[in-house]
Design a binder for this molecule. Structure first.
Ligand code: PAF
Length: 291
């Protein structure tokens, strides 16, 4: 695996491989099995695999966790190598954002909902950095996790609207044995919050089961998830919403085909977690016990 820092080095490294397929996995590092699953999916599909590690300041709000976002450069390097990454790009902030950077990529409508409504400017930061990363890497495919369902939808819309010559591939959420979605932020959960956070997926699965049994009222499904999370006694919920899978607009009733997503954001202590379940796909399987 080759490690590169500058954009020029990255472009020179990739030049001989442009005739074949290039798979790209953008990350903010502190790699876990969710990232590794993106990398191994890219490995299986593409001739050359590029991953980036860049903690993007533009997508963090003023009171968010940019300064304490977990970092582990040597651990990440090992994990990326083991996952079959060919080129690991680790740029410095100054190489990404020039003095006086003044261009923001903004996707309208989709960003009005869910996390977009609770984290002003967050998705503008995501789309701006993803546009820059895609322009520099020039991949054939870019891989994004379904855990960040809204991010995936927003990036897909940007790519479609701005004619980026790349295919965005979605990779299913990877979970701990009790179902908690893997996230770099899980490391900050206290033991009690870690145990309590398992209620998110239990609530989502209970709502999925209810939908499968015929419940179509979005409010009922949302209440099932909310009640389960409340049971933990430790969560401060930002939102639980049942939204259209394409537009992300809130639903009153889910169609029998289940083209809807139930999405959650909740804080356990200082840690904000997100998760979701797609009603037109099988519910995730997990053992139920904490790791
Ligand atoms: O999902 C992430 O880790 C980030 O939002 C991304 C896509 C790497 C952009 O900074």
């Amino acid at each position: 695996m080759k490690i590169v820092h500058s954009k020029r080095e990255l472009r020179e490294t990739l030049a001989p491989y442009r005739a074949g397929s290039i798979g790209f996995v953008p990350t903010m590092g502190y790699l876990h099995d969710g990232h590794l699953s993106l990398m191994s999916t890219a490995r299986a599909r593409c001739e050359t695999v590029v991953a980036s590690i860049f903690v993007n300041p533009l997508q963090f709000g003023p009171n968010e966790d940019l300064d304490v976002y977990p970092r582990d450069t040597s651990g990440d390097t090992e994990k990326a190598r083991d996952a079959g990454v060919d080129v690991l790009w680790m740029p410095e902030s100054a190489q990404i954002y020039h003095d006086g950077h003044g261009t923001i990529v903004k996707v309208a409508h989709l960003t009005d909902h869910l996390c977009g409504a609770h984290r002003p400017g967050h998705f503008d930061g995501v789309t701006t950095i993803v546009a820059k990363l895609l322009n520099t890497v020039g991949p054939t495919y870019a891989f994004f996790g379904q855990k960040d369902y809204q991010q995936l939808a927003v990036v897909r819309r940007m790519v479609r609207d701005l004619d980026f010559p790349v295919e965005i591939a979605a990779v299913p959420t990877v979970r701990e044995s009790d179902g908690l979605a893997m996230s770099s932020r899980n490391v900050f959960l206290s033991n009690s919050d870690r145990a309590a956070a398992g209620e998110i997926i239990r609530g989502l699965c209970a709502a999925h089961e209810q939908f499968s049994a015929g419940e179509r009222r979005a409010a009922r499904l949302v209440e099932t998830v909310s009640a389960q999370i409340r049971r933990s006694g430790r969560a401060e919920v930002d939102y639980v919403e049942c939204v259209d899978a394409l537009t992300l607009e809130g639903l009153v009733e889910v169609s029998p085909q289940g083209d809807a997503v139930i999405a959650v954001a909740a804080r356990f202590g200082s840690v904000r977690l997100i998760d979701n379940i797609l009603l037109d796909q099988p519910a995730p399987a997990f053992t139920g016990s904490e790791p």
